[in-house]
Design a protein around this ligand. Sequence first.
Ligand code: NAD
Length: 259
Amino acid sequence: MTETTATAEIAGLGLTGKIAIVTGAASGIGKGIARRLAAEGAKVVIADLNEQAAQDTAAALGCDAMGISVDVSDRGTVDAMVEAVMDRYGVIDILVNNAGWDKIGPFLEQDPAIWERIININLIGVLNCSQAVALRMKDQGHGTIVNVGSDAARVGSSGEAVYSAAKGGIVAFTKTLARETARYGLTANAVCPGPADTPLFAQVAADAPKLRDSLERSIPLRRLAQPEDLANAVAFLVSPRTGYVTGQTLSVSGGLTMI
Ligand code: NAD
């Protein structure tokens, strides 16, 4: 092997041809992640509750991509989605558990029905998809999972008590998933966004018109994250170049949290 060939082999992120499932990829951060992975040459499955938006997003990628409906909180639809991906591609190299939902409100006044929805989508959804996909990855002997948490998991967030609990669960789960599946050749990491400029943030900020301004003043880099900021971090973590990184939690918050 010449030095030039060796250099060419380590250039780029090494994602060409990889099969990646991104949940909640029809909007916001997930859409940004799907675009980034597709730009790196991956074949991306847009798995989202909103089937039409999933298909539109997949078509707009302009590469080999698949849009499919899934409710991550419903194991039956998760298993069907995984089956459909295996039928089409025969392998799953990457899973990004990004789908999430939130309803802001003081804990002491919040309806337990809302807690249940928050936990089911944000936490149970990650467990459902991780188990369904990791079983396939175990058979393959390789695979990498990135779970999208939140810095609310690490530092708390007023009005987001149950959401923080669900996201904290994701961070803790990721570490044990990494420990238990390393022996099968799998890695698992978490990315924790700070406030990000997406439809979910717009919905949360609708009742708090000053929220954006006050956050922009508090964030050392003086702006909210864009989906691309998170997408770059996820692309780094799912790359074979970082295949020795597992069980880690990476904050992408413009310096808002530094723990
Ligand atoms: P978003 O609302 O723009 O997109 C979320 C997507 O998830 C949507 O396409 C939605 O249809 C899909 N979805 C919702 N419930 C689903 C379900 N049960 N099954 C499958 N798909 C479902 O949100 P976003 O801001 O892009 O958030 C993406 C992730 O980042 C979430 O996990 C969120 O908790 C996390 N996050 C966001 C912020 C922020 O400020 N935007 C901050 C920290 C963490």
